[in-house]
Design a protein around this ligand. Structure first.
Ligand code: 26W
Length: 824
């Protein structure tokens, strides 16, 4: 313990029980006699939280005292999932708690699952931010996350009659992991106008005046590291009416309603997470969210810096800010504004500080996902920032012109302002110009951004401004917590859990690839994980699936570029084939369960159609007596982090089949392989590096390459489109009404047949089906199969988010870890 008053580690089950019961009876004011699982969860969480908080306070004190460079990770999304199991792992003494809970009549698994997921994100980008926080703390980096405290996270998905229905995710009624800091508030300004005047020394200065004020209130969440007392802070901002703004006059004069309405309008800013993934819609409220969060976070960061009384030029030596995609790009003009308008620095001095401070991570090249905000909207909401953006652009374009005097088109192409009607601010360009380093998230993706969206910027700044940091995942959550038996088996061979801190140690497992007992246990664990998933499937869908069948899983956001449609067309193709088989042929067939999961953005009609088709195919196939166990089609509703923890350990094959060049990295591919499943995938994103690491014999790759995509698309548009014959029969089956009214799926079919097949489903269909046939064959040889799986796990060390964070720290942030002080 850090001091004589701090709670000690639980020395016995009784001690744990005493504290848990105390919290249940006092903090929660519940009687032990009606203590249900939820109350037991509450008591347990609070007992662990007591320990966490001690480490957290000490870490913050230590970091303040050391006063070295810190990292600030700005992300609009943190897809954290549940916290209790992670707290138990990092605080320690889960076994003690398990015993104590059992004495109280509970099973620890049932208690852990009481917790509501913290689902403050859409998909890959949000979960990456959560893995990064885990690694930053585990590696002792002085680091803060900054985000928004949404009252509603990503919606919950229900499947009703085969359709997605969205249900609000109100998750905050009991959240023991956050601490409201009502004393830490920032006033955030919107609208108003800019005044230009001469100051006392005759210098022209600008000031942003008028408009309205909304208050940001800090909520802090402790982020414990594994195997270290370092406990970092995630600060989430909630919006509230500023006290001066709340109209007491109205309230007193009896206009309660309109006065409360003002209050609610302010709270709307942080009310809900936008559920679009890879689609930008230009809504004013979203821009308000972005500025609100950037301004509050920067105010906080600057305030902390100013306490050290260092000169401004030291700011980039003390502060590294990482922009998670372009969502926080307004932080760039905001810092410039603070430095010139409020702190009185001159433009160039300020701008050099800004550029040295920021790094920008790009997560997508899809054109529809690149953020653009209309100039009139920014002018209205943030008039001073628009001026600053124009000045940044002017300086930049002058610089470009000086160095490229003969290239007139270049200026229009790289301008931050798109000369459309209305004019638009290209946020990605602003992010590139305002940062010292830009990185992609897998090698192919980082190469692609240099040859496509940022090509001109490579010419302007040189290639060194652009870098790659291939994504990774935290092995604590995605191996140890999700798959405790596999983690234990690995630990038994490697002499302990060191691999959870240095995942490259997994390579030592290769020595056991021929060890009979090890192989047997490895297989048993996979089987048990499949049984666990089968149980979940039975519970929520009523369908029984055979755990001995090949489990083929695709779980991720539903998006045309991720090509769930390719998968379900392949399933239909398989179904049609089974229907034609003789009994002898059927006997040779590898039984399969095709499992899908994922949310469609509420306004993404095509994605919703894909969900509907999957469910209709499942309805028909699962009831077909001719098929029996040879094929089952399952849609797992409401895919989220805690479902992923059950699903990822249970695959034989998982699907990562995006059109080449469209998936920046993917991270669930890593989760599945680390848990002993193989993958079928395209040469896209991190699949390519996974192949390089684990060996091409241990992965099933198919499909066209990124370099061929443009030509194929072009050919489709100019009449060279030949629909794949097998796919044609799939479409005939759909058109025949085999899966219900064909009209419902016509857009899906026509998108391929008539509208250019943008995602190359037809071009890749034959090689996709052929590869699945190879998988069927390979699965029959279980000995060879398990060899592949074990070899792959042993070679996954590279994909730890710890490796990513060390790369960011060295290449982009220039920060060092801070060793925690010994107890005392
Ligand atoms: C403005 C709308 C919007 C919302 C979210 C645009 C873009 C996004 C995200 C950047 C989408 C996203 O999550 N991208 C994913 O990021 C992961 C982490 O790097 C990658 O592994 C995925 O390939 C990428 O799709």
């Amino acid at each position: 313990a850090w001091n004589k008053y701090a709670p000690k580690p639980f020395e016995s089950a009784e001690e744990f029980e005493r504290e848990t019961v105390k919290h249940i009876e006092t903090t929660l004011a519940r009687s032990l006699y009606n203590c249900d699982e939820l109350a037991a969860y509450g008591g347990t969480a609070l007992a662990f939280r007591d320990r966490l908080v001690i480490d957290w306070n000490k870490t913050q004190q230590n970091q303040t005292f050391a006063d070295q460079k810190r990292v600030y990770y700005l992300s609009l999304e943190f897809l954290m999932g549940r916290a209790l199991d992670n707290a138990m792992l990092n605080v320690g003494h889960k076994e003690t708690a398990k015993q104590g809970l059992s004495d109280l009549g509970f099973r620890v698994e049932d208690i852990i699952t009481q917790e509501h997921d913290a689902a403050l994100g859409n998909g890959g980008l949000g979960r990456l931010a959560a893995c990064f926080l885990d690694s930053l703390a585990s590696l002792n980096y002085p680091a803060w996350g900054y985000g928004l405290r949404y009252r509603y996270g990503i919606f919950k998905q229900e499947i009703i009659d085969g359709y997605q229905v969205e249900v609000p995710d109100y998750w905050l009624d009991f959240n023991p992991w956050e601490f409201a800091r009502h004393d830490i508030t920032v006033d955030i300004q919107f609208y108003g106008h800019v005044n230009k005047y001469q100051d006392d020394e005759g210098k022209m200065v600008c000031s942003w005046e008028g408009g309205e004020i909304v208050q940001a209130v800090a909520f802090d969440v402790p982020i414990p590291g594994y195997g270290t007392p370092t406990t970092n802070n995630l600060r989430l901002w909630a919006s509230k009416a500023a006290s001066g703004e709340f109209d007491f006059q109205k309230f007193n004069s009896g206009e309660y309603e309109s006065s409360v309405a003002d209050q609610q309008r302010a709270e709307t800013i942080s009310a809900v997470l936008y559920p679009n993934d890879n689609l930008e819609r230009g809504k004013e409220l979203r821009l308000k969210q972005q500025y609100f969060w950037c301004a509050a976070s920067l105010y906080d960061i600057v305030r902390r810096f100013k306490k050290s009384k260092r000169p401004w030029k030291d700011f980039p030596n003390q502060v590294a800010i990482q922009l998670n995609d372009t969502h926080p790009t307004l932080a760039i003009p905001e810092l410039q504004r603070i430095l010139i308008d409020q702190e009185g620095l001159d433009w160039d001095e300020a701008w050099s500080i800004v550029q040295k401070t920021f790094g920008y991570t790009n997560h997508t090249v899809l054109p529809e996902a690149l953020e653009k905000w209309s100039v009139p909207l920014i002018q209205h909401l943030l008039p001073r920032h628009l001026q600053i953006i124009y000045d940044i652009n002017l300086n930049f374009l002058q610089y470009v012109e000086r160095n490229n005097p003969k290239d007139r088109d270049l200026l229009g192409r790289v301008s931050i302002i798109e000369e459309s009607n209305p004019k638009m601010v290209r946020m990605a360009y602003l992010a590139v110009i305002g940062s010292h380093k830009v990185n992609g998230v897998a090698e192919l993706h980082s190469d692609l951004i240099k040859t496509t969206i940022f090509k001109d910027f490579v010419k302007i700044y040189g290639p060194d401004k652009f870098a790659n940091v291939t994504n990774g995942i935290t092995p604590r959550r995605w191996l140890h917590q999700a798959n405790p038996r596999l983690s234990e088996l690995i630990a038994s061979k490697l002499g302990g859990y060191g691999f959870l801190k240095d995942l490259t140690l997994l390579h030592k497992l290769e020595a056991y690839v021929d060890d009979k007992d090890f192989r047997k246990e490895f297989q048993e664990i996979k089987y048990a994980n499949k049984v666990r998933l089968a149980r979940h499937i039975k519970e929520v869908t009523g369908v029984s699936v055979n755990p001995s069948a090949l489990f083929d899983i695709q779980v991720k956001r539903i998006h045309e570029y991720k090509r769930q449609q390719l998968n379900i067309f392949g399933v239909i193709h398989r179904y049609l084939a089974i229907k034609k088989m003789s009994p002898e042929e059927k006997k040779k067939m590898t039984p399969r369960v095709s499992i899908f999961g994922g949310k469609a953005a509420p306004g993404y009609w095509m994605a919703k159609t894909v969900i509907h088709l999957i469910n209709e195919v499942g309805r028909v196939v699962n009831a077909d007596k001719d098929v029996g166990d040879l094929l089952k089609v399952i849609f797992v509703e409401d895919y989220n982090v805690s479902k992923a923890e059950i699903i990822c350990p249970a695959s034989d094959i998982s699907e990562h089949i995006s059109t080449a060049g469209t998936e920046a990295s993917g991270t669930s591919n890593m989760k599945f392989v680390l848990n002993g499943g193989l993958i079928i995938g395209t040469c896209d994103g991190a699949n390519i590096e996974i192949t390089r690491e684990i060996g091409e014999n241990n992965i099933f790759l198919f499909g066209n390459l990124a370099e061929d995509v443009d030509e194929l698309r072009h050919a489709h548009l100019y009449g060279n489109f030949q629909l794949d014959k097998e796919l044609e029969s799939v479409f005939d089956a759909i058109r025949s009404g085999m899966f219900g009214d064909a009209g419902q799926f016509s857009a899906l079919v026509n998108g391929i047949v008539e509208h250019g097949d943008y995602y190359l489903v037809s071009d890749d269909f034959a090689s996709y089906c052929k590869t699945h046939d190879m998988i069927d064959e390979a699965y029959k040889d279980q000995e060879e199969w398990v060899t592949k799986c074990i070899t792959a796990v042993a070679r996954m060390g590279f994909f730890s988010s710890d490796r990513c964070i060390d790369e960011y720290a060295e290449m982009i942030w220039n920060v060092e870890p801070l060793q925690p002080k010994a107890d005392g």
